[in-house]
Structures are given as C-alpha cells and as structure tokens.
Design a binder for this molecule. Sequence first.
Ligand SMILES: Nc1nc2c(ncn2[C@@H]2O[C@H](COP(=O)(O)OP(=O)(O)OP(=O)(O)O)[C@@H](O)[C@H]2O)c(=O)[nH]1
Ligand SMILES: [Mg+2]
Length: 450
Amino acid sequence: MPSTGQREYGVLPALDGALRGVVLVGAGEERYLDELARLAQTLGLEVLGEMEQARRDNAGYIGSGKRKELRELVREVGAGMVITDDELTASQARTLENDCDAPVVDRTELIIRIFHEHARDAPSKLQVELAELSYLLPRVRGMWRHLERLGGGAAGSAGSSGSSASGGRATRGPGEQQLEYDRRQIRARMERLKRRLAEEERSRAVRRSRLNSTETPRIALVGYTNAGKTTILNALSGAGRSTKDRLFETLETTTRLVEPTSGSYTTNGGDAGPREGAHRPAFTVTDTVGFIRKLPTQLVESFSSTLEAASDADILLLCADASSPRLDEEVNTVRETLASSSLSLNHIIQVMNKKDLLSEGDLTRIKARFPEAVFTDMHEGYEELLGKIYEAISSMRKRMEVLIPHEEYAEVARLYGAASIHSREERESGVLLDVSVPASMAGRYSRYLA
Ligand SMILES: Nc1nc2c(ncn2[C@@H]2O[C@H](COP(=O)(O)OP(=O)(O)OP(=O)(O)O)[C@@H](O)[C@H]2O)c(=O)[nH]1
Ligand SMILES: [Mg+2]
C-alpha cells in the first residue's frame, strides 16, 4: 500500500499541503459557517471564501447555478478544497466535486478528521477508526477518486489490498470486484474494532462499578466543545490537562479526585471559606468530550463515555462559553442531548465560563437570563462554584449532630473525606460533630445522635 503519511490507525489520508486553503459552503435554513470555520481552523486550514444558499439542493447540495459560482470563487481565491456545512451523500459530493472542480469534504468528514488528530488513548483511537470506516463504507466508490484528490494521488483505501491502488485508477476507477472486495474488508475490520471496543467497554464497566461503590460524590463536567471544561477541571483539581483553543481538544474522559487541600483553589477565609473545624468532603470530577450541534452519527460511539460519565454523576456541571454568540443554542444542544439520553437531571449547576470576555451589558443580560448560573473565568468564580458544589453535595446528604466517644475515634476519622463536617467541638465525653453524611452512612451514625 502506498504511504499516505497517515497514522497507522488512520483510514483517511492526510490532507495534502496544497489543499489547505478552503472555501466554506452552507445550504439550507440552518447554516453555521462561523462554527464550520472554527472547525476548519482547528485542522489548520485557512478559510479563503464562503458561500451560502437558503435552499438545499438535492442533487448537488447547492443549486446548479450556485455550483458554477462556486467554481469561479474557488478559482478566484485559489482554494484547494471545498467544505460543506452538512453531510453529503456520495452522489451529492460527486456532483458538487465535478461542478466546482475541487475536492469536497463534508462537515462529517471534517469532524471525523479532527477526532482523528486529537485521539490520544486507545479507546478513542478505536472509536475514531470505526467512525472513519462507517463513513467510508457507503462511499467506497467515490472515495477512490476523493482520496486520490485529497492525498495528492497517494490514496490507499481502508483494508485495500492495494492491487488497484496504482496505475490508471484516476481515469478508470476500481472495478466492481475490487469495490466488493474493499467493502468486505471494511466490514470485517469494523467487526474486529467493535469486538475490541466491546472488550474495552466491559473493563470500563468494571472500573465504573468499583468507583460507584465508594462514598465519594461524583461531579461530571459536560458542555459544548471549547466551553472551558478542561480549564475548570484543572482549576478545581490542580491537574495539568491540555487546554487549547481548538475544538474537540479533549477526546477522552478523565477523572480526578479533588480533596479539600488539593488543587489550585484556595479558601482564603472570606464568606465562602469553611468555618473553624469545618471539613469539606472530597469529590471526583470527570472531564468529558464536548458536544456539538449536528453531531455526526458515526461519532456517537465517541460520546458514549461522556454520556456514561454524565449518568453516573451525582452532580452535573453544565459548562458554557458565555461569550459565544450562540450561547442559547449551545446550552440547548447540551441540555437536549442529555435529556434525550434519559438521564435524570437532578443536580445541575450551570456554569457560565469566559466571563472575562463579556462586556458589562452582556454580563447583566446573561445573568438575567440564567439567574441560577455561576459565572467563572480563569481568575474568578471558582470559590462560588465550589460553594455550589458543596451545597449540592450537602443536599444529597443527611445532616445530623453526633457525639462520638473518644474511644471510638476511628468513627470520627471515617467521617473525614466522606462527610461534610460543618463544625467540630471537643467535649469531655467525646467529639461533637455537625455533619452531612451520605444517606448510606446515616444508619451507622444514628446511634451517636446528640
Ligand atoms: N478568555 C477566557 N478563555 C478561557 C476561559 N476558560 C477557558 N478558556 C480558553 O478556552 C479554550 C478552550 O478551553 P478548554 O478548557 O480546552 O475547553 P474544553 O471545554 O475542555 O474544550 P474541548 O475539550 O475542546 O471540548 C482554551 O484556549 C482556554 O484557554 C476563560 O474563562 N476566559
Ligand atoms: Mg477539554
């Protein structure tokens, strides 16, 4: 198989350097070229032009007149590639490619490529490869030509024997037999990947059940891509996870333990700080893969761990980029996706991040619309957020005042880490504690009720 410069798990060839200048095309009532541009930039592409049409054309995405205009535009700005804001069928892509005389990449392929670039751990890589193959399968015929154009003639399709990958293919394309062979190879590879993912899923389920059996409250950070979830995880836990101004920077869930003394946050007295003798419980925070509107169905598997984390969580932090011009839609995309996966949304804390990018006027307006939200930025708001988290943890717990005899000190020690301790007082007969304990521990301590 010819070398395409792709990584070993890759299916789509690396984009040829000459194609890096692109023209974006959006058709239909819902068009989001600003977001498409950010997706393109995340891949290092340069947007040279844009074209929109309110009506979607069945044959070639945009109408035939527009396709001619597009051809002109592509030539005029010297673009190497066209990117559409919606997924195209193989025949729509072919029509558009022919008429505008440039390779066409649709929104789905673009997002899959970003996932490919950003996948770091083994499960993410498997999921991305599966997505690539399921995208490729119905497009095998067109792909030969498409891959060749994108990869500068060095295309090798997934699982292909490579026998027809050389010589003359540009004009003739592969024969029926070769196509059937390719499809069979792709399906076989997909089956293998699914089996491996199922194994991963089983071991993940074991890990989850182990985690779920502990008393430690679980918090999940979910939200639109680029909202600042990882930034908040780092701030709360002192983790040094990568945050970049790229879409889908995080492609794997990760869980950190936040202990009252850990992390880069400090409780410097003040109103939000705990009282004398008070002790806040530890909790775990899970960072997840971001959401996006019109999520390619091929990538749903990549979000399963996000949805799992969300459904396991006791408290959800819904993060939004408050400075986004499409704030409402982004909040709704996240809420609707969660609602449609029938999660119980008991404890939700809405976090409006990137407060520093808001004007006074916008801040006031958004506060009025989301009165319950906590506003954060890289410098402010984490104390308030922690306060809300502990409030939610307490509300899931039973508050009780207990007097534990000194000789049973081990029972006091057990409370630290698992319970919120609101106050502690040494008495002659023992330690008097005002605590909120997880419901599962309430029975154990009821014998000490003061
Ligand atoms: N100005 C400003 N930028 C922020 C703030 N929080 C995060 N950012 C930046 O926004 C970008 C995205 O932040 P991340 O924490 O990676 O966002 P994410 O939600 O984890 O994104 P994905 O993993 O891609 O879904 C980074 O460049 C951050 O530095 C903030 O409060 N203010
Ligand atoms: Mg992230």
